[in-house]
Unconditional design. Structure first.
Length: 263
């Protein structure tokens, strides 16, 4: 595992965006061999998308031959709903870059057949040869995508009932009214995330400090699904100092020492 600790949330966003641009340029994607990117939503991702848009506007990266798969979508929200992740992605990222609409994949929360929708999502990812780089955030309870505590670490794309803590955390997007937050979502599984060639989990703020401590120093377990990243051959955690606050001084010194030698 690689751990990047930056001073602020903005610094984290800048690092992740720069790394995404680097990986895309290194891959030199084409129409026949696109670069496949897994994408998250949520407040942490907003900064990353803003930085990626800047890089695109500066002509430092192109999304012409990029295929995307979003992590999740709420059950029961149409793409036009302002709280849906379809809407979030369009308003905060896709509308500002040169990505082809046919290359955008987001789970359909309005489907009548959840099992078929999820199975088809997995098949489509495999048809593209898998995800090259998966971006994600982490919940205060350590969940990645909507793989809530006690999710199987081998889980695939499926419907998931949201934990009370997740509903409370996400109520800030629903006028701080937990009654408005959907109680279920379609989500890629932990196993789906782990299949990606490379995974970056970004966390900022003191509210994510325990999740980061568990993810880096804790044992691999299905309570804190972020801990699955410890078993990934190319897993990266990017966090600010607030999110890293509960790590032991020895852990911080170790990872910062490595990054200092690499820079």
């Amino acid at each position: 595992m690689r751990v990047i600790i930056r001073d602020s949330a903005r610094d984290c966003s800048s690092w992740v965006a720069g790394y995404v641009a680097y990986r895309i340029k290194k891959a030199a994607p084409t129409a026949k061999k696109p670069f496949v990117l897994g994408l998250p939503t949520g407040s942490t991702s907003l900064g990353i998308y803003k930085e990626l848009i800047k890089l695109y506007q500066q002509k430092r990266v192109s999304f012409e031959h990029i295929v995307t798969f979003n992590m999740d979508e709420y059950v029961g929200l149409s793409p036009e709903d302002k709280n849906s992740y379809h809407y979030f992605m369009s308003e905060n990222f896709f509308s500002y870059i040169n990505i082809h609409p046919k290359n955008i994949h987001i789970l359909n929360g309005m489907t009548k057949d959840y099992a078929a929708e999820c199975e088809n999502y997995e098949k489509t990812i495999k048809a593209y040869g898998g995800i090259d780089l998966m971006l994600g955030g982490v919940g205060s309870d350590g969940h990645i995508a909507f793989n809530e505590p006690f999710s199987s670490l081998n889980s695939r794309t499926r419907i998931k009932t949201l934990a009370p803590s997740t509903i409370k955390d996400n109520s800030r997007f629903f006028d701080n009214d937990i009654r408005k937050v959907p109680t279920q979502a379609l989500t890629i599984g932990v196993g789906t995330i782990m299949d990606a060639d490379e995974v970056i989990i970004t966390a900022t703020g003191s509210g994510k400090a325990e999740a980061i401590r568990q993810g880096i120093e804790g044992c691999v377990n299905h309570i804190w699904t972020i801990t699955a990243l410890q078993q990934h051959p190319h897993g990266i955690i990017v966090c600010d100092r607030e999110a890293a606050a509960k790590l032991s001084p020895a852990t911080v010194e170790y990872f910062q020492g490595i990054e200092n030698r690499l820079s």
